[in-house]
Design a protein around this ligand. Structure first.
Ligand SMILES: NC(=O)NCCC[C@H](N)C(=O)O
Length: 260
C-alpha cells in the first residue's frame, strides 16, 4: 500500500519578492496566496494525504515551492542544491521534515545544482530536466544516488520553461502530458498526450483517478474527465504569477516503508 504523506511549507510574508524568470512580473496578493495555499493543503487532506509542514522559511520568498528542495525515491530524500542561489537556505528545514517522516538523506553537493521541479518520476524511470536550474553534475549525482536503488535516469532538455515539470507531468497510467508549445522534445516520451493549456500540463496524482489541477486549466480538466479521471481544481493564481504550478507546492512521499 503506497504511503500518502506530503511535505508542504506555508508561504513567506515575502512571497511577492519570489523569482520570476520566463514571464513578466505581476503583483502578488499575499493574503489571497495564503488562502489558496490553505485550500491546496485541504484538497490533499480530503484525498487522504497526511501533510507535514516544513518549518517556515519566512526570509525565503520562494520557500512555499517546497517541491524544489528534494527528490524522494523509495525511502531516500536527495536534498537539492537549488540552481537559484537565493533558494539554497530553503533546504535545511525541508530536510528536517523529510527526516521526521523517516527518510534517509543524501545531498547534492557543489558544484552540482538540482531542483525538484526538474525531476519527474514515472514508475522507476526518473526524467531529469537539463538547461535551467539543474546542471549536468546534479544529474550525475542523482543518478549515483538512485540507480543503485533500481531507477532508470533519463536526461531531458528544458529550455522553454523554468523546470521540466513546468512543461510535462504524468498521468497515473504513465502517459506524459504537456502543452506542446512549451515542450522541447516530446519524442523522448513513448506515450505523450498534448494538453490545450499550459497549466493543463500539471497534475498531482491524488490516488486512484483523482488529479489535483489548477483552476486555470478548465479545458484540460474536461479532457481528462472524459478519459475517466477526476480532476479537483484549485485556484493557485498567486503562485502562477511566480512560475509556480500545482506540483511545486508539495513533496509527495508515496514509497515510505511502513513503520510502527
Ligand atoms: N517546481 C516548481 O515549479 N517550482 C516553482 C518555483 C518558482 C520560483 N519563483 C522560482 O523561480 O524558483
Amino acid at each position: 500500500m503506497p504511503s500518502k504523506k506530503a511535505i508542504v511549507r506555508r508561504p513567506s510574508p515575502r512571497l511577492a519578492e519570489g523569482l520570476v524568470t520566463h514571464i513578466e512580473r505581476s503583483p502578488v496578493d499575499p493574503a489571497l496566496a495564503l488562502r489558496q495555499w490553505e485550500r491546496y493543503t485541504a484538497v490533499l487532506a480530503e484525498h487522504g494525504w497526511e501533510t507535514a509542514e516544513a518549518a517556515p522559511a519566512d526570509d525565503c520568498p520562494d520557500g512555499v515551492f517546497v517541491e524544489d528542495t528534494m527528490v524522494v525515491f523509495r525511502d531516500v530524500a536527495l536534498i537539492s542544491r537549488p540552481g537559484a542561489p537565493s533558494r539554497r537556505p530553503e533546504t535545511a528545514g525541508a530536510e528536517a521534515a523529510a527526516v521526521a517522516l523517516g527518510c534517509s538523506v543524501q545531498r547534492i553537493q557543489e558544484p552540482g545544482t538540482l531542483e525538484g521541479g526538474d525531476v519527474l518520476k514515472v514508475g522507476d524511470t526518473i526524467y531529469v530536466g537539463q538547461g535551467g536550474r539543474t546542471n549536468a553534475e546534479g544529474l550525475r549525482q542523482l543518478r549515483a544516488a538512485f540507480e543503485p536503488l533500481g531507477a532508470r535516469v533519463v536526461g531531458v532538455p528544458v529550455e522553454k520553461v523554468l523546470h521540466l515539470k513546468s512543461a510535462v507531468t504524468a498521468l497515473p497510467d504513465g502517459t506524459i502530458i504537456g502543452y506542446p508549445p512549451l515542450v522541447d522534445d516530446s519524442a523522448i516520451f513513448t506515450h505523450f498526450r498534448p494538453m490545450p493549456e499550459e497549466a493543463g500540463s500539471h497534475v498531482v496524482l491524488l490516488g486512484g483517478n483523482a488529479l489535483l489541477m489548477a483552476a486555470s486549466a478548465p479545458r484540460s480538466a474536461e479532457l481528462l474527465s472524459g478519459l475517466g479521471y477526476r480532476p479537483a481544481l484549485v485556484d493557485i493564481s498567486e503562485f502562477e504569477k511566480l512560475e509556480g504550478c500545482v506540483t511545486c507546492l508539495s513533496v509527495r512521499l508515496r514509497e515510505l516503508s511502513a513503520r510502527s
